[in-house]
Design a protein around this ligand. Structure first.
Ligand code: KG4
Ligand code: ZN
Length: 534
């Protein structure tokens, strides 16, 4: 079987061709993979110099002054590398890297070149605002086509603006999830093609981790542990970041994210969606009376840190209908009275939407202090963190709890390539990356895409109250994978079989088991997306 390799579950594994594979072969492949575990599989140990088939394009620490913020980790109790990878990892910590980041998880095609000293050499974003306006939301097939049209140019522009060629890169980082798989595929294919052609290592990045970690590029002294509220179009996450790759999920949304509620409110109010719905609602809300409509604050009775915006969306829709607002009439041509009514709804919606964030965030801070009393920072990131009202309300919460709010500038809050490149740099320095893919990877190679990929494990205290967190087809969390790999590398050499135990514990989470239970399993073209990791 023709193999290429991919970062999967913290381990290196083959990318399976989409067709012509029988389940028995598939299992045999997996069995041999597990037996080869000690030498080949972990992202944390794949830096055996003798096996490096590619040149690490890094600059010697002596050629440039060492960037002041490069943190030599002191608190890596949880990270133990094998002695060889430890050496390589230590040297990577000190080298200067230049990384291309590619982001296509949703509706923006973005690329950027960032250096490990925090210098942003270029940042290019091609947004699908016109599509958003036309469809009132993200239509996956349209978004995929828009990415396909834009990706080559966006990446080339990023390299040109950085005044470099592919040969100057140390690695390529790309979002592999969560997001729309059709869209993720465009970015991952481009990254693999580029990395294969120019023999570059590749780092698969978690989109939400990138939203959080970009704060460490903005504020160089931001150390773990810290808390983060990540608010975007598809996600509402409260996390405790204990270390790189170690996150506890304190809260998430049980239905819609706040950005989705902003976007729908904008659409129903007939606002200009050119810059997406959020900014339009924020702008109109400034003219309105935020106390004019008493929307109910969601999930008041739930003593957890989860969010829900579906009910608030319905309340807004009903208010709009009751005021007989016609979305077909753009707000710019509405009467004074009509405009006032729309502004009142926008302001009242925003007050309650943000109050919900504040309440859950307060509780999450209390929980986080119980786990890590030393936290000093609250990171606020994701597209909705561009909102000035959100920033100022969350700043008050942070101050009340003696935390410093760290909020990246708007261009780094909305989806961008910088955050992907930076997160790639952070993991690359820890030795977590894949070797270059084959130069001529088949066009139908099955890619490791993770549309539903939690960042961390749920905090036990928060688990019971969530009403309907969907778990179907959820990939094991980034944290569980990395921790399992670390655990694997803690085992003494005689205990290599122990890695198999870790592997089986990873396997317990696996879709393979889930799909096997469901009587699905063969990687056909129809179900191939379900079988990309083992
Ligand atoms: O992080 P992001 O760029 O993409 C996703 O990962 O979803 O977030 C996009 C979301 C959209 O829902 C957009 O309306 C919202 O961020 N957003 C805002 C503002 N700017 C962007 N929401 C409220 N106020 C804003 N100023
Ligand atoms: Zn995002």
């Amino acid at each position: 079987m023709k193999e290429s390799w991919s970062w999967r579950d913290g381990c290196l594994g083959p990318v399976l061709p989409r067709r012509g594979l029988f389940f028995r072969d598939f299992l045999l492949q997996m069995a041999s993979l597990v037996s080869n575990l000690s030498s080949t599989v972990s992202r944390l140990s794949l830096l055996r110099k003798s096996s490096l088939q590619f040149r690490l394009r890094v600059q010697s620490k002596w050629s440039k002054p060492r960037p002041p913020f490069l943190r030599v980790p002191t608190n890596y109790d949880s990270v133990r590398f094998s002695s060889r990878s430890k050496l390589v990892s230590a040297s990577l910590q000190e080298e200067e890297l230049t990384v291309l980041g590619i982001e296509t998880s949703c509706d923006d095609t973005a690329a950027a070149v960032v250096r490990s000293n925090g210098e942003i050499l270029s940042q290019v974003v091609s947004s699908q605002a016109d599509l958003l306006e036309r469809y009132g939301g993200v239509a996956p097939k349209m978004a995929e086509e828009a990415h396909l049209l834009a990706i080559d140019q966006v990446v080339q522009d990023a390299l040109d603006k950085a005044n470099i060629t592919e040969e100057d890169l140390s690695a390529v980082a790309v979002t592999i999830g969560p997001g729309l798989s059709l869209c993720l595929r465009v970015g991952v294919s481009k990254a693999r093609k580029l990395a294969g052609t120019h023999i570059l290592p590749i780092v698969g990045v978690h989109h939400m981790e990138a939203h959080a970690l970009v704060a460490r590029l903005v504020q160089r002294d931001l150390q773990f542990p810290f808390m983060a509220l990540l608010i975007s179009g598809g996600h509402n996450l409260l996390i405790l970041a204990r270390d790189l790759g170690h996150y506890i999920q304190l809260g998430t949304t049980i239905d819609d994210a706040i950005g989705e509620a902003y976007d729908k409110t904008a659409k129903w109010l007939g606002l200009d969606m050119k810059k997406s719905g959020g900014p339009a609602v924020e702008e109109l809300a400034r003219e309105g009376d935020e106390n004019s409509i008493k929307f109910k604050v969601p999930m008041k009775q739930h003593k957890d840190c989860n969010f829900s915006y579906a009910g608030l969306k319905t309340q807004v829709r009903l208010a709009i209908e009751s005021k007989k607002i016609d979305a077909a009439t753009p707000v710019a041509s509405a009467s004074v009275e009509d405009r006032r009514a729309r502004a009142d709804i926008a302001a009242s919606f925003q007050r309650v939407a943000v109050l919900h964030l504040e309440e859950k965030c307060k509780r999450a801070i209390n929980w986080a202090f119980k786990i890590e009393p030393s936290i000093k920072h609250l990171v606020l990131s994701g597209g909705v963190a561009c909102n000035q009202y959100v920033r100022s309300r969350l700043n008050t919460i942070a101050e009340q709890n003696r935390l410093q709010l760290v909020c990246p500038p708007p261009s780094l809050c909305t989806d961008n390539g910088v955050m992907i490149a930076w997160t790639g740099i952070e993991h690359f320095r820890m030795g977590r990356y894949d070797p270059p893919p084959p130069a001529c990877e088949p066009a139908d190679a099955m890619l490791d895409l993770r549309p539903r990929w939690p960042l961390g494990e749920e905090y036990a205290e928060g688990r019971s109250e969530a009403r309907s967190l969907k778990t179907a087809r959820v990939h094991p969390s980034l944290t569980s994978q990395i921790q399992a790999s670390i655990h694997c590398h803690r085992q003494p050499a005689r205990d290599v079989v122990g890695c198999g135990d870790v592997q089986s514990s990873i396997a317990r989470h696996h879709h393979k088991a889930r799909y096997a239970q469901q009587g699905q399993g063969l990687p056909t073209r129809q179900n191939q997306k379900k079988l990309f990791f083992i």
